[in-house]
Design a protein. Structure first.
Length: 396
């Protein structure tokens, strides 16, 4: 019997909830729903997409039915472009058709796209009904499902309409990662490295150690087939969730005035350049996490050039990003277009980009773009984008 890990999330002024993590955690969805929903909750709508539902839907539905719920499922299209108001409206119409009541619930089964959309629909239906997250991508497990942000995209940008709505529980089955495409894993690992880099050296090391062992086991290909490491993976995901939960509990709504080393804003490490990389390639070349892989290197190169970060720390980060997997090339991109896009980053405050830089692995510092000479940003960008693009080694 594999061990189950538990992480408590304590959002300020809101009810606590638990994240349960284990190799076979999908078998616990019914129990968790029974335990966390009101005793008279009867109906649940499982929101997913066709790919994920075909893999894991039947088991989850069976488990929820066995726990006494009346289950319907609603599948959205696959991919970011479906995370919009039109899809949300269709989900809401389905909830109405199922006569979901205020104490009934929504279960989001899928990656961050499904989680954000289902969470948003649950947040606005009847002004908010309970929902459970069952994330099935690494990124959603360590990042998107923790923190209560739900959103849809508009034509003007990503996540522009949304709500804070905390789930009643999060159930994470590491087994689901065995079917995840390698690029999605790489993207998730980059966000995991990010959380370690700004969170603690210990978390960074734990992530790095796991990745080293993973690369040594490459022939086994999938995470779950790497014998006996399921508990280690669950432990790592628990540590990652616990870090994110702590940051979020302290700064749920991302106070723009905060610039300290524990504000939610530090989670944007690597995101300033990442958003620019995604934007100038029209969101077609990189998975978001892959762009964050490069973005972290850009921020760390800047930190080192400003004399904040030791060269050996920069090197550790470089090595770790390489362990996450091969990134699409980036050394052919138009540098000027990238710099322009960085300057217009939507997370800027008062017209200035706020860079999340590193003092060391495990400690971030927020620095206004005004304080960084443009030459430093340019050189850092060049160095970072060349770093992994040059790595054409086989094996991932
Ligand atoms: N709410 C937050 O705090 C937060 C944080 C980070 C990201 N996000 C959002 O998350 C989204 C990205 O999430 P994502 O990276 O999980 O992408 P995603 O949801 O698009 O999933 C990636 C792909 O993997 C497939 N998939 C999912 N689980 C699978 C499995 N177990 N096996 C095989 N295939 C599987 C999906 O169908 C999809 O094609 C973005 O919309 C982003 O804005 C939200
Ligand atoms: Zn991100």
């Amino acid at each position: 019997m594999k061990q189950m890990q538990r992480v408590s999330v304590r959002p300020r002024g809101r009810e606590n909830y638990e994240i349960e993590i284990g190799a076979n955690a999908l078998d616990s969805v019914g129990r968790v729903a029974r335990h966390t929903l009101a005793p008279h909750a009867r109906r649940i709508v499982v929101v997913s997409n066709a790919r994920v539902f075909s893999l894991y839907g039947a088991g989850v539905v069976r488990d929820l039915r066995a726990a006494g719920f009346n289950i319907s499922h609603w599948l959205m299209g696959e991919g970011e472009r479906h995370k919009n108001l039109r899809t949300a409206e269709r989900a809401l119409a389905f909830f109405s058709a199922c006569k979901l009541e205020r104490t009934d619930a929504v279960v989001a089964l899928g990656g961050g796209v499904v989680g954000d959309l289902a969470g948003f629909a649950a947040a606005v239906y009847l002004r908010g009904i309970p929902f459970l997250q069952v994330p099935t991508t690494l990124l959603a497990q360590i990042d998107a499902s923790v923190g209560g942000k739900t959103a849809v995209n508009t034509r003007d940008g990503k996540n522009l309409i949304g709500a804070f709505h905390q789930p009643r529980a999060v159930v994470i089955s590491t087994e689901t990662l065995s079917t995840l495409p390698p690029r999605e894993l790489t993207a998730g690992w980059c966000e995991a490295i990010k959380q370690g880099a700004v969170g603690s050296r210990r978390l960074f090391e734990q992530t790095r150690r796991f990745l080293i062992a993973e690369r040594m086991n490459e022939t086994a290909r999938s995470l779950e087939r790497t014998h006996g490491r399921a508990d280690e993976l669950a432990g790592l995901i628990a540590a990652q969730c616990s870090f994110k939960a702590k940051i979020v509990a302290d700064d749920e709504r991302e106070d723009v005035g905060r610039t300290d080393a524990r504000s939610r804003r530090i989670l944007n490490f690597g995101h300033t350049a990442a958003h620019a990389l995604e934007a100038i390639t029209r969101y077609r070349r990189f998975r978001h996490g892959e762009a964050v892989g490069y973005g972290m290197l850009v921020a760390a190169e800047i930190s080192q050039r400003l004399g904040m970060l030791d060269a050996s720390e920069l090197e550790s980060l470089r090595v770790c990003v390489r362990l996450a997997g091969r990134l699409p090339r980036a050394d052919d991109l138009d540098e000027r277009a990238l710099l322009r896009s960085i300057a217009s980053d939507k997370k800027s405050v008062g017209g200035h980009v706020r860079w999340v830089l590193l003092e060391r692995i495990g400690r971030a510092r927020i620095v206004s773009g005004e304080q960084i000479p443009p030459r430093v940003v340019r050189c850092a960008l060049r160095a970072a984008l060349a770093a992994n693009s040059g790595d054409k080694s086989e094996g991932n």
